[in-house]
Design a protein. Structure first.
Lengths: 126, 180
């Protein structure tokens, strides 16, 4: 019986593959393994673990959420803000944010959306 | 008996009878009467007067005793009167003291009641003020929260329509600048 592979090992494997240029193949293998071992529920956690491992190796995946598509100069500013050897921006559109940006990197998160400011205003209730 | 007296009267000497006879006095009869009077006095002083004197003395003693008793009673009465007056004076003094004490106590009770009433009134006023202040604070909080909710809702609706791509870009740039 095959033993259970930890998320950390899976993340190391994916990070190694990313650095060697075979990330897509490695992701497929990991996905197949997780389906076979019935660990589909852990997908998000594995993705986080891979991102953390890549960040530790100087490759940061930044999840950027905005209400409208980001302009190129803004992407450059975000990349400069993250200050990593290599950065990959995973952009998502969320119109309910109204405006502003939310940037999530391993270990850090920046809420600068209009929605978060309105939420903070609502939380200022006594 | 009349003949016996007459016999003595007729047996007196004739010489001395001249003057007494001239005065119309029978000396024999006078002598007899003197002797009889002396006998009477003797008898009276021997057996009758002592009884009377004794009775009188006793009566006098009784009267004197009564008198003394009366005097004593009078003295007692005066003493009793003085005692009564003294007691009355003391009673008046005590009554005055009681009245004064009662007035003082009544005054103290009234002052105490006033003080308690004032303290209670102050307490009630303070409680009412506290209650009012709490209500005011609660009302302010409610108003504050409602205002925030209204502002947030209005801002959400207005900004959703106002914010365009340019505004959004400015907002993002501003946020990134702040983080730097």
């Amino acid at each position: 019986m095959q033993g259970r592979i930890s998320r950390r090992k899976l993340a190391d494997y994916a990070a190694d593959a990313a650095q060697s240029g075979s990330l897509t193949e490695a992701i497929r293998e990991i996905a197949a393994y997780m389906i076979e071992s019935r660990r589909v529920r852990e997908v998000q956690l594995v993705v986080r673990a891979i991102e953390d491992e890549l960040a530790a190796r100087g490759v940061v995946v930044a999840r950027v959420a905005t209400a409208r598509p980001l302009e190129s100069d803004l992407k450059k500013q975000i990349a400069a803000l993250v200050n990593a050897r290599e950065i990959h921006i995973a952009e998502t559109l969320e119109p309910e944010l109204i405006g502003g940006v939310r940037i999530e990197t391993p270990g850090k998160i920046l809420h600068a959306t209009v929605k978060s400011k309105l939420l903070a205003l609502r939380q200022a209730k006594i | 008996m009349a003949s016996f007296v007459t016999q003595f009267a007729t047996s007196e000497p004739a010489a001395s009878t001249d003057i007494l006879t001239g005065l119309g006095i029978n000396w024999q009869l006078l002598l007899f009467q003197i002797i009889a009077f002396g006998i009477l006095v003797f008898i009276l002083s021997k057996w009758v007067f002592p009884i009377f004197f004794k009775i009188i003395d006793k009566r006098q003693d009784t009267i004197e005793a009564s008198n003394r008793a009366a005097i004593e009673a009078s003295k007692h009465a005066e003493k009793a009167q003085a005692e009564v007056e003294k007691l009355l004076r003391e009673a008046r003094v005590q009554a005055k003291e009681i009245v004064v004490t009662a007035k003082d106590e009544a005054g103290a009770m009234v002052q105490d009641a006033e003080a308690k009433g004032k303290a209670q009134a102050k307490h009630i006023v303070a409680e009412a003020r506290d209650e009012l202040a709490k209500d005011v604070i609660a009302a302010k909080k409610a108003l504050h929260n409602e205002t925030i909710e209204l502002v947030a809702a209005a801002t959400e609706k207005v900004i959703g329509k106002v914010v365009n791509a340019q505004v959004d870009t400015r907002v993002i740039k501003s946020a990134l600048e702040e983080v730097k």
